[in-house]
Design a protein around this ligand. Structure first.
Ligand code: MSP
Length: 483
């Protein structure tokens, strides 16, 4: 199968399955899911990958703390993550586990290519290692001698490693970023990374001594060393598609990715190490990195290590999957940091769903049914309002402008509300029923269209409202109860 220029391959970072997913992880996954659904709705061949980063030291520690063997622990974690994805309607096409054999084959193939390119060499590493970040640190990364993200002193280590010749690629990567064929958005992140690249990159350790860590991928030809987590983890984006296996149809179809989505905490890995690996391996670069801000709680990045986590399950219990998804899409600026709070989520739910879409649905359905309004649903797709909304969908997708898309649709819903107020069909009906029917029919065409195009944000609700319209039926209970 040939690569289709229109194909839309979208990924989330693979998550460390060492605790419950917090709202920041849910955010990354939900926005990726919304883009994937927008892409499917616009007719593009779409592939949405998410998954877990299982081969790491901190996972091993967690399993030990839980008194469990590693594989049953990981299976249980994956069960929990899949469950929350299902509840939040995160409809991935593939969930990659770095313990999957297909992934191991991809990593080995990647290593062999880097080696063949002359970019892997043996050396000794002396320095600091933060297990929380799974990365090496320099003094200037630390605050008061501690990792700023994890609040712990990194370990001092001296060990034999294989190094990856990252330094060789700084200029080429910067060039790809400047020309825009490796796009980094928003522009502040692009500039941040360009500054790093212009300062030059240092070669980095790509292996660590193998000490019997479960699931480690051993260096081909040297079983005393295991492949370092980021080389392992980043490769998931292509191993999942079959890179390194005999079955690589998906790789051929979908690589290069349209977009990798991630939080700014892991931008450098994706904007420096990953493209360098791909260049070294002779593979195309992803088209874009979309870097979102971090959700903060109590002024600090939410993280399992800090213990300041907002639980997406609890939030879903209050405002439902739709409430949370709409909040992410409509209220969180994609590229800034957002303090997350229950009150803000509830206020958004009440405004946009209970008082907004929920009320509007009721008012329109009631009028449509009681005034016996007819409109031809099969022809809606040929109306100007449909064509305009479809064009907005495509444009928002091209620009990865989620908040723009969500706010456009909700403004249009509000404009129908306003039209009801202005035209007062309930009064018109008493004197001129046909005129009232014509007014409501026009509104129904617009409403049906908008509901159809909300599907990426509110997948189940959209289908439910469409079926009420088609069956000329009132919901048995309110769609969104006010909180
Ligand atoms: N396993 C690595 C990623 C490897 S990708 C090849 C990792 N995992 S993680 O579970 O710690 O975090 C993954 C992602 O979750 C972050 O990049 C970010 O996208 C998201 N978030 C983690 N904390 C977040 C917030 N507080 N706010 C928003 N998103 C956050 O790093």
């Amino acid at each position: 199968m040939e690569h289709n220029r229109n194909s839309f391959y979208i990924t989330t970072p693979i998550f460390y399955p060492n605790g419950n997913l917090h709202i920041g992880h849910a955010y990354t996954s939900v926005i990726a899911d919304i883009f994937a659904r927008m892409s499917r709705l616009s007719g593009r061949p779409t592939y949405f990958l998410t998954g877990v980063d299982e081969n790491s030291l901190k996972i091993e520690k967690k399993a030990k703390e839980a008194g469990q063997e590693i594989m049953p622990f990981l299976d249980e974690q994956t069960g929990k993550i899949k469950d929350i994805f299902e509840k939040l309607r995160v409809g991935y096409d593939q969930y990659i586990r770095t313990t999957d054999p297909v992934h191991h084959r991809g990593v080995i193939e990647m290593w062999n290519r880097l080696k063949k390119a002359g970019d892997i060499y043996e050396g000794t590493y002396e320095g600091l290692y933060c297990v929380g970040c799974e990365s090496f640190k320099t003094e200037k990364d630390l605050i008061d001698g501690k990792c700023p993200d994890h609040g712990v002193e990194p370990e001092k280590i001296s060990e034999k490693n294989y190094f990856f010749r990252l330094s060789k690629y700084a200029d080429t990567i910067a060039q790809h970023i400047r020309t825009g064929d490796f796009l980094i958005t928003p522009v502040a992140r692009k500039n941040e990374i360009l500054a790093v690249l212009e300062g030059g990159l240092q070669d980095i350790p790509f292996s660590r001594p193998y000490k019997g860590q479960p699931n480690a991928i051993l260096v081909p030809g040297d079983e005393t060393q295991s492949i370092y987590v980021w080389c392992d983890a980043l490769t998931n984006y292509i191993s999942a598609l079959g890179f390194g296996s005999s079955q690589k149809t998906y790789y051929d179809m979908f690589w290069p990715a349209k977009v990798h989505i991630m939080g700014k905490d892991i931008l450098r890995f994706h904007a420096a190490i990953w493209p360098a690996m791909l260049l070294s391996a002779g593979l195309p670069l992803p088209k874009q990195l979309l870097v979102h801000g971090l959700m903060i709680s109590g002024g600090k990045k939410m993280s399992k290590s800090l213990g300041n986590i907002v639980d997406p399950e609890e939030m879903r219990g209050i405002v439902g999957a739709g409430g949370l998804r709409l909040y992410f899409a409509h209220d969180i600026p994609l590229t800034g940091d957002g303090e997350i709070s229950k009150d803000l989520i509830v206020a958004s739910y009440n405004a946009h769903l209970a008082n907004g879409l929920g009320n509007l649905t009721n008012r329109l359905l009631k009028m449509m049914i009681s005034y016996e309004v007819q409109f031809d649903m099969e022809k809606v797709a040929h109306t100007p309002v449909w064509q305009k909304t479809e064009a907005i969908l495509k444009e928002s997708l091209d620009n990865l402008d989620l908040t723009g898309y969500a706010s456009y649709i909700w403004k249009e819903f509000a404009s129908i509300d306003k039209e009801i107020q202005d035209t007062e069909p309930f009064k018109v009906f008493k004197v001129d029923p046909d005129k009232a029917r014509a007014i409501v029919s026009g509104m129904m065409i617009k409403f049906y269209t908008l509901v159809y195009f909300t599907d990426p944000i509110l997948p189940h609700t959209s289908a439910r409202i469409i079926s009420y319209i088609r069956n000329r039926q009132m919901p048995e209970r309110p769609l969104f109860v006010k909180i």
